[in-house]
Design a binder for this molecule. Structure first.
Ligand SMILES: [Zn+2]
Length: 354
């Protein structure tokens, strides 16, 4: 045995699929192609693409789409694109190209799962638009057309025969679409950390929405007050996410990765800094190492301050590559954080976590 070689762990094979979807755009809309392009610019500046397994985006098959959506929804989106585009609801738009681009976002998330579950990659990040976590079985919403992360979970189960998949959603908005799709399902553990209130989109995600029938106890909402930051998220990870994940024993962990919980994001009032996002990403990667041979895939959701988004994705990718480094041009949240301990006590009771 070559001791010198054994002293160095083998480099990570981290896949990266990039679909900035420049044809999915609407005047003055926060969810627009500048988001993907900002990420690309930062990755190029940092020279990161050379260290990643960059794979081409691929369109979803009908089967991949129809595992998580009713055929009528798929046809509605297709119809709006065929007619040249328009609004699907007050927040959600489609252009002539959006149907194809949304299929590419779903297909890319599924393809990433194929690579990771078969061992061709250790882990990965899919940066594709439009985002997905507000898309329910029968409805689009919140800038989302089809649910990318949900399709990825079903790909792992139906094609690769995984029994248990965990989805952790750290976007600042509740992942109502993902909750809807798996609400009756005990094979997918869904945990969502989000700012919560009737005033705040989408208004769902209360603590007592715990799942139904077989799915009871497999939907864990963490409805946060405003101004929860690095300390609160760290406490929630140790006190709630890690013990619940250990009890579930996932075979794959999927992350709905939204960077709009950054303190400077214009659409929300959470208080994570880029350092907090980096720490959370490192914790999730370590959790995957402990529970499922490191199999973890980040799938991009929201994030509307371009520097917070681009450096957030950069730092999460450093975590996937297991590089002990991070970049933060924005700095820390300077006010005091809201205490999450009372909320945690409620969640422990609801979910019987010891
Ligand atoms: Zn969001």
């Amino acid at each position: 045995m070559n001791l010198q070689l054994a002293a160095f762990p083998k480099p990570m094979t981290t896949l990266f699929i990039y679909s900035p979807a420049e044809g999915h755009t609407f005047p003055h809309h926060p969810e627009n192609p500048s988001r993907g392009l900002a990420i690309q610019t930062v990755f190029e500046r940092e020279g990161l693409f050379a260290d990643l397994l960059v794979l081409p985006p691929t369109a979803a098959t009908d089967a991949q789409l129809l595992r998580t959506h009713h055929a009528h929804l798929v046809e509605v989106v297709h119809g709006v694109s065929r007619r040249g585009g328009g609004r699907l609801d007050a927040d959600t738009y489609a252009t002539a190209e959006s149907y194809d681009l949304a299929r590419i976002a779903v297909g890319s998330a599924c393809s990433a799962v194929d690579y990771i579950v078969t061992g061709q990659a250790d882990n990965g990040f899919v940066v594709a638009r439009p985002p997905g976590h507000h898309a329910e079985y029968k409805s689009v919403g919140g800038f989302c057309l089809f649910n990318n992360v949900a399709a990825a979970a079903r790909q792992a189960q139906r094609v690769h025969k995984l029994q248990r998949v965990m989805i952790l959603d750290f976007d600042v908005h509740h992942g109502n679409g993902t909750q809807d799709i798996f609400y009756h399902d005990n094979t997918v553990l869904f945990i969502s950390l989000h700012q919560y209130g009737h005033y705040f989109y989408p208004g769902t995600g209360a603590a007592n929405e715990i799942g139904r029938d077989k799915g009871a106890g497999f939907n864990l909402n963490v409805p946060l007050p405003p101004q929860v930051g690095n300390a609160g998220y760290d406490f929630i990870f140790r006190d709630l996410i890690l013990p619940r994940a250990r009890a579930f024993q996932p075979e794959l962990i999927l992350i709905s990765a939204g960077y709009d919980a950054h303190w400077a994001d214009p659409l929300a009032s959470a208080a994570l800094s880029l350092r907090g996002y980096a720490t959370l990403s490192q914790q999730l990667v370590e959790m995957a190492d402990e529970l499922c041979n490191g199999r973890i895939l980040f799938v991009l959701e929201g994030g509307y301050l371009l520097d917070a988004l681009a450096y957030g994705v950069l730092n999460s990718t450093y975590a996937l590559l297991k590089r002990d480094t991070m970049k933060d041009p924005l700095g820390e949240f300077e006010e005091s954080e809201t205490d999450v301990q009372p909320l945690l006590a409620t969640l422990h009771k609801l979910h019987l976590i010891k």
